[in-house]
Structure formats: structure tokens, C-alpha cells
Design a protein around this ligand. Sequence first.
Ligand SMILES: Cc1cc2nc3c(=O)[nH]c(=O)nc-3n(C[C@H](O)[C@H](O)[C@H](O)COP(=O)(O)OP(=O)(O)OC[C@H]3O[C@@H](n4cnc5c(N)ncnc54)[C@H](O)[C@@H]3O)c2cc1C
Length: 484
Amino acid sequence: MTNIFSHQPLITPWDGDNCQPCHRHFYHQPGGKLSFPPEVEEQWEVIVVGAGLSGLTSAYHLKERRVLVLEAGKVPGGVCRQGSFRGLAYPAGSAYFYYLGDPSWEAWYQGLGLPLADSLIAKPVSALFYEGRWYPDCFSKPGLRTLPLSRKAINGLVNLADNLAAWEEVWDPMGSDSLPNPELDQISLAHFLENERELPPQVTSILTPYCRSCLGAGPDAVSAWAGLFFLMSEFSEKARTAAFPGGNAMIAQALAQSLNPPVRCGQTVVRLEPTPHGVNLLVWDRLDNRGYRLQARAVILALGKFAARHILPSDAGWNLEIFGRFRYSGYVVAALCGHISLESPGYENWVVGDENFSDFLISPRNPRGNGPRVMTVFAPQPFALSREALLRIKPEDKAKKLLAAVESNFPGTAREVEEIHLYRFGHAQIVPYPAFLTAVKGNIAQARGRIVLANSDLEGLPCIEAAIVQGQKAARQIEAIFAG
Ligand SMILES: Cc1cc2nc3c(=O)[nH]c(=O)nc-3n(C[C@H](O)[C@H](O)[C@H](O)COP(=O)(O)OP(=O)(O)OC[C@H]3O[C@@H](n4cnc5c(N)ncnc54)[C@H](O)[C@@H]3O)c2cc1C
């Protein structure tokens, strides 16, 4: 590799999710090496396991009850992460969301003290970097017309945008048990574009970074339904994009701050044991290095199914084999910190054709004097790359590879980078592969006895709305359990 550094930037150790506390327990006999005293230490009305957006939302809606949230990681938020460089907050994970002007969502954000109006992103929101050129506002109809594609391809894309705008009026699947147009879930997005719409493969390539970043895999590996549902917001003339400073971590922080008692971090739930009147939880406190036992009248399991299946006993009422059919992507996020002078037309910038990363955003978007800026680079890992492989990658190697990739697309950037902050997420987001939403997601009950499932993966869609909707549904299920 040629030396792209005029100096050696500081490369931080991996941050992000922390699998160690879970792996340590799940891949040994439960309770094997660890000892959990038989006495119950504390009793709660509800215990929420996992302080991602779904778990925090469920606790927020149950605030009137005695609720405890347990989180294995060091901070609440899950993949909603925030980093900081010389006092400048930047998104280090989940960054932005869509706002369709729905008053109930507006009220929800307002209730948290997060005014949506201040967070709306100025246009152009999305820009495409393709073969060395920028295409600003690439998902708007005028933007689509500028893309270096054949007339047939452009007309096909504009037609698709029109169709999605019409579907937007009638598709409201979030939180609902049935999928509109379920036949679209049987095929891949690539198949839909190339066979059903007869668009050239170039269109599929242009949409590849978008799919890899937002849906965890390329257009050939995600369901057409899921891909179109996401693209609907991009192509929409109604939807606005919103982001808080530091990204969606700010929503997680607002939710966490509303809770009393605060989220208990560093606490890994290892096992649930349903009892006739509630649920016992075996918890490993990695700060004090000891196991203990809690009891709750009901439990919300707000972690991914990849972990839930290790925690649930086989007689809890779910067929745990089906949890094994959930697929997750891995993700690396690199914050390139320094006096970054790169100008990019979009808030969200998609880079076509580079396997190392898919997109980036810059905080603040416009340079302010000579102040620091952070380029957050999103590097979804090749789908199906095992988590073990991600765990083996050395931070220095990944940082250098990513910096070289950024430099080859945007020459001159590397020498401005003073620090590289690295984050990795092993099971970053659910991959809605073809038929997953119709065959798997729909067959899982949200509640069994006094255990309720949350997490965005139950919605089958990797976005914060899915996590919030699942958290709200879980809170309603708890009320129904207590009422019944
Ligand atoms: C890099 C990245 C960027 C993204 N960008 C966006 C975006 O811009 N916009 C958008 O809408 N969506 C985005 N997403 C997706 C979206 O943010 C997520 O789908 C959503 O936040 C997930 O929330 P969750 O609560 O379902 O799960 P998670 O955030 O995964 O939360 C699960 C929590 O459970 C905890 N946990 C796990 N096991 C245990 C245990 N045994 N005991 C206790 N706690 C445990 C975990 O530590 C974690 O905190 C992004 C995702 C990633 C990875």
C-alpha cells in the first residue's frame, strides 16, 4: 500500500457493540462456569432486556410502572451511537430518519423534547458519486434525469418513482401484521428491477451502495418489497429527512434520560426462567464480575433474535429454530476526524463501485471557519462475512484500508485526517432477504406468557421507525398482560 499519510493519524481501538459479555455465556453451558445464587435479589414489575431504541421506547411508554432496563453494553442506545471529536458530536452509527408530516410522530418527538422542525435536513439530501462525478439530489425526479444512464433506464426509474409515490398513499405496513403486495417479497430487488421492470443492470449497480448500507446486503440479496419500501421514502416528494446532532443517538439519550431508575449498563441477561407468576432473570454484572437473579412480573426481550434464542428456554412457547432464520449484516463505521475540507453536495453521499464503503456524511455539513469536521464513513461488511472474521480484523488494518479507499475517491482527504475512530457492529441490522417478511416475520408471536419480544428485527426492517413501533407494541402487550 502506498503511504497516503503525511503523518500518522491516531487510530482508536474498536468501539461499537460488545459481544464479549454475551459470547462468554452463550457459547458455554448456561450457568456452567458461572454461579447464580438461588435467592432473588430484586423484584420489578417489568424488566426490559436491551437498551436499543426498541427497548428504551417500550420502557418510556411504561414509565408509570416500576420498570428496570438492563443493557449489556457500556451505554444505552444499541446501534444508535454518537462520537465526539474536540467537542463536535457526530453520528457513529444510526444517523437520520424520515418524517412524513404525520402528527402522531411529531407529537412523539415533541414529548421527548426533540423538535422535528429544527432537525429537518436542507436539500439536496442524497447525492450520488459515480465514476468520479457528483449527481446531487439523485433520488428526485430532476436528479434521476441527470444520471448517466440510457433514456430507457431514466424513464424506467422516473416511472418507478411515480409508482412508489402512488403506493406511498396506500402502503402503511409498519407495525401491521399483513404486508401489502406480498408477492414482491418473493423476489429480490435486483430481479424486480431487471426482470419485472426491464431496467439495465447499471441501475442495480447504482442502487447497490444504498441497499448495502440501509438493508445490509446488495439488491440481489434483499427482498424487492423491503427495497421498494425503503426507496419509497427516498423517491418521495412528501417525506423529509431529519437528523439530530450526533444522529439517532440523541433520540436514545432523550428516551434514556426520561427513565427512572436510569438504564443499568454492563448487565448481560444470560437466561430467562418463566415462573407461574412472572419471570426470573439470570444476570451477569460485568462491572462487579458476579451473577445475580432478578424477578419481574413481565419481561420485554428487546435484543436481536440471534441473542434471544440463547436466553429463552425451549419451553417458553416459541419455536426457537425459526429465530435461526433471521440474518444479520455486519458493519464498520469509521469517523475520519480533522480539518476535512471535502465538499459533498448531499447530506448523505452514496459512493458507487467501492467495495470498502458505501456512503458517508460530514458533520457539520458546511465548514465553519477553521473548526474541526468529521467524515463518518459507513462500511457495511460483505454480507455473510462471519462475525468471527469481523472480530479478527485489526483496527489499524481496517482504518488504513478505509482511508486508502476514501483517498482514491476523494484525493487529498487522507492528509487532513488527524484521528480515526472505529466502531464495529457484529449483528448490525436485520437483512430482509426474499421471503423473510412473509415466511418468517409473520409467524412469530410477539408475546408468550409473560415474555414479550421487541427489537426492530421483529418488524424485519432495519430502521429506527421499526424499532420505535416495536417498542410501542411491546408496551401495549405488557398492559394487555397486566389487564388480563
Ligand atoms: C451503522 C448503522 C447505521 C444505521 N443508520 C440508520 C439510519 O440512519 N436511519 C435508520 O432509520 N436506521 C439506521 N440503522 C438501523 C437502526 O438504527 C436500527 O435498526 C435500530 O436502531 C435498532 O434498534 P433495536 O432496539 O431494534 O436494536 P439494537 O440497537 O441492536 O439494540 C439491542 C440492545 O440489546 C443489547 N443486548 C444484547 N444482548 C443483551 C443481553 N444479553 N443482555 C442485555 N442487553 C443485551 C445490545 O447491547 C443493544 O444495546 C443503522 C444501523 C447501523 C448498524
